[in-house]
Design a protein around this ligand. Sequence first.
Ligand SMILES: O=P(O)(O)OC[C@H]1O[C@@H](O)[C@H](O)[C@@H](O)[C@@H]1O
Length: 252
Amino acid sequence: MGQVNWSAVDAALFDLDGVLTPTSEVHMRAWAEVFDAFLATRGLAEPFTDADYFAYVDGKPRYDAVRAFLASRGIDLPEGSTDDPPGAGTVRGLGNLKNDAFLETLHRDGMAAYPGSVRLLDWLGGHGVAVAVVSSSRNAAAVLEAAGLADRFDVVVDGQVAAAEDLPGKPAPDTYRYAARLLHVPYDRAVVLEDALSGVAAGRAGGFAAVVGVDRGVGAEALREAGADKVVADLADLVPPESAAPPAVRHP
Ligand SMILES: O=P(O)(O)OC[C@H]1O[C@@H](O)[C@H](O)[C@@H](O)[C@@H]1O
């Protein structure tokens, strides 16, 4: 697949963290802080790595990510409950601790969208392609607000919607499919844009027109293996070339 054939597509379904905003890095650092401290309390010296993040955590709902990483190290913790305090020694307690770390950074440093992603959103808006955000995060609204993107999306299927609608998270395709249904667009007329292996797998499983992998560090080959039809480094690469330059100013 070369360029995305936007004339054959009615909707673009965007992952948020790592696709529209550089929040994937903020999540990754918060997870590393929390998991490293947890591993140290158990006398385990091998730290949480970027490779661990990409393989077990990236793109997944909060507690699914905790379970997947702990399982990779052969650690089994009780599930606990969602209001467990940080440090309760449960899956949910660890997830909550990480959420505190994430929100602290978000509120302290703010967040700006990737300029290339805004460029694609602008182009799609001018060409009648509907857009939605499909994020595993329960913090999607706060991130969209911080990045000044909130009013660009009428449809946001995030971790809170998934919980309310009882939808399984990525790598299951259900959240992407739900967003397409809310936009009244058939799956095969929608494109999925994703940076995480779990999210690419969700797009692949959903029967969408195409899955675009956005390489923010996981690697083009891994994205293709997970099911991406095309991989780009920046979403501006998906703006058709004829509109890459602003129209020439005509002088009479
Ligand atoms: O913000 P929440 O609800 O804890 O969700 C976290 C997850 O949100 C996803 O969007 C990110 O891709 C993950 O890497 C992250 O861990």
